[in-house]
Design a protein around this ligand. Structure first.
Ligand SMILES: C[S@@+](CC[C@H](N)C(=O)[O-])C[C@H]1O[C@@H](n2cnc3c(N)ncnc32)[C@H](O)[C@@H]1O
Length: 300
């Protein structure tokens, strides 16, 4: 698929959605497993008692379904995607499969606790919830050291880090941004806020603190730090008072449930949503140039 084909598809998709009102996802998030090698304080996705690992064939049919909806970008999620196996197959086989079907790009979100040298993903998102002790206080002792070692050795060109800001780590946001800028293995940092799913409510950042953090991130962005969030998207996330366009992503969970919107809606937490993608998607539909540029940088 040439870059030109991709660039034509995107305005066509936007025209269909915005002008003809035909909403279809552009991005699919497929949870390939809920097996994980960490037990992060803020997360409710991992399952240590009876983890599910999808088969290669199941994921193939899920990819076919997503593609048939019009989606062209896929994110493999977990659990921990790099520990997924079906026989000899690894998540690299899933990336190759997705591209052979016509997906424009394939992204993997990882905790970077084991080596992912030789990854064939188009981009890798490493979850980094602060620097050093900040990260370890959420993800467990030694997690930051393993992350540092594995991102240094992987040789990935398109590696970014993603920080979920919560009541434990919000004071370390500036440090994390500076660390990402100084680390040659990291291309950029994206910032999200904790979404208070059941059992993790205590980690929610109070609204006044969220305002402070958004303003701080905007300041760093102004100074030229490599922050993936767009200014327009970030401003929407200050108060979550924007028109939701979360239909731009569809989700297939580890148990195979297919959803045309994020689980936050079902959990009733949209007003407290911290997934900054929600603000970015809303801004894309309003044709905010800065958001479109950062989306293209990330995906195309
Ligand atoms: C569920 S994890 C799975 C992938 C991988 N094991 C990892 O840690 O990156 C995917 C992303 O969701 C984020 N996440 C988990 N719970 C969240 C919550 N309640 N609010 C916002 N982000 C959350 C994680 O920090 C991580 O960046």
């Amino acid at each position: 698929m040439t870059s030109l084909t991709k660039l034509i598809y995107l305005p066509w998709w936007w025209f269909k959605a915005a002008v003809l009102g035909k909403h279809s996802p552009l991005q699919s998030v497929i949870f390939i497993s809920d097996r994980c090698n960490l037990s992060c304080k803020h997360c409710s996705v991992y399952n240590h008692t009876a983890p599910i690992d999808k088969t290669f064939d199941q994921i193939r049919s899920e990819l076919e379904y997503c593609y048939s909806l019009g989606s062209r970008f896929v994110d493999f999620e977990g659990g921990e995607p790099f520990i997924w196996r079906d026989g000899d197959r690894t998540v690299n086989d899933l990336c190759r499969l997705a591209r052979s079907m016509g997906f424009f790009s394939c992204t993997i979100t990882t905790n970077a606790q084991q080596s992912f040298d030789g990854s064939v993903a188009d981009s890798i998102w490493v979850s980094m919830d602060g620097v050093g002790e900040d990260h370890d206080s959420i993800r467990g002792k030694g997690a930051f050291g393993r992350l540092e070692k594995n991102i240094a050795s992987c040789g990935c060109k398109a590696l970014s880090v993603n920080m979920v800001v919560n009541s434990l780590n919000y004071r370390g946001v500036g440090r994390a941004i500076e660390y990402a800028a100084a680390n040659p293995s990291i291309r950029s940092i994206s910032l999200n806020f904790h979404t208070p799913f059941e059992g993790t409510e205590a980690l929610e950042l109070p609204r006044d603190k969220r305002h402070e953090v958004v303003d701080l991130i905007l300041d760093y962005k102004k100074k030229g730090y490599p922050i993936m969030n767009s200014r327009s998207g970030l401003k929407k996330m200050r108060d979550n008072k924007f028109r939701q366009r979360c239909w731009m992503s569809n989700f297939i969970f580890a148990d195979g449930t297919r959803s045309d919107t994020c689980i936050g809606q079902k959990a009733g937490v949209c007003s407290k949503c911290g997934f900054c993608m929600a603000g970015e998607q809303s801004a894309v539909m309003e044709l905010k140039p800065d958001t479109i540029l950062s989306g293209l940088k990330l995906r195309v």
